[in-house]
Design a protein around this ligand. Structure first.
Ligand code: GAR
Length: 214
């Protein structure tokens, strides 16, 4: 395993998965994990079949229901409580844990933490996030609440690469969610998540097809 000090070094020049092997995904979550479940299903029998495998599902909350759901599917899981920890020291420990699973991509799926520069550099260009709004219009938490409170007629789910800013990385894909007639927050979320669950797997498949030497 690589050490935490090495983790702080840029690794942008990591070779892509070679020989057509499935890319190893480390999926990070903090809560219920509906995106993780959609990705796991896409790996089993959907857009990511043959392209990716789930190397590990990691959470910063050992009690996250998404972690239990991953274990129920037989996926490898790991966790480290972030509560009370300093951001960079915690992140470097997470980097070490993740490196033990040799991921090609780190896939944020409701991972409710701002990543330190050291974490981003450790997996530079290989961290992907899904955000439930257009990242040019809304960053950070509570994007569905923002869309609902502002009576938006539509919002845009965004999948993007992660850089050192908050939701500022290059956009890989966006898809519009029609919110006309969505008169509760639960309905806004229901419509949005339905799009998230399809768009994330499709975008990762596109990315892997583009970057994997086959
Ligand atoms: C999803 O809506 C995801 O887009 C969002 O958290 C939710 C996690 O749900 N992420 C963010 O807001 C990141 N800024 P899930 O645990 O059911 O996948």
């Amino acid at each position: 395993m690589n050490s935490a000090s090495e983790a702080a070094q840029p690794t942008n020049d990591l070779p892509p998965p070679a020989g057509g092997r499935a890319a190893r995904l480390a999926i990070l979550l903090s809560g219920r994990g509906s995106n993780m479940l959609a990705l796991a299903e896409a790996v089993r029998a959907g857009a990511l079949r043959g392209l990716a495998e789930v190397a590990v599902v990691f959470s910063n909350d050992p009690a996250a229901s998404g972690l239990a759901a991953a274990a129920d599917l037989g996926l490898p899981t790991a966790s480290l409580p972030s509560k009370g920890r300093k951001r960079e020291a915690f992140d470097l420990e997470v980097v070490d844990i993740l490196w033990g699973y040799q991921p090609d991509y780190v896939v944020l799926a409701g991972y409710m933490r701002v990543l330190s520069p050291a974490f981003v550099r450790a997996f530079a260009g290989r961290i992907v996030n899904i955000h439930p709004a257009d990242t040019h219009q809304h960053q950070g938490l509570h994007a569905y609440e923002w869309a609902y409170d502002n009576h938006l007629a539509e919002t845009k789910i965004t999948v993007h690469l992660v850089d050192e800013g908050l939701d500022t990385g290059p956009i890989l894909a966006q898809r519009v969610v029609n919110l006309i007639g969505a008169d509760t927050l639960a309905e806004v979320q229901r419509r949005g998540l339905a799009v998230e669950h399809v768009l994330y797997a499709e975008t990762l498949a596109y990315l892997l097809n583009k970057t994997t030497q086959r």
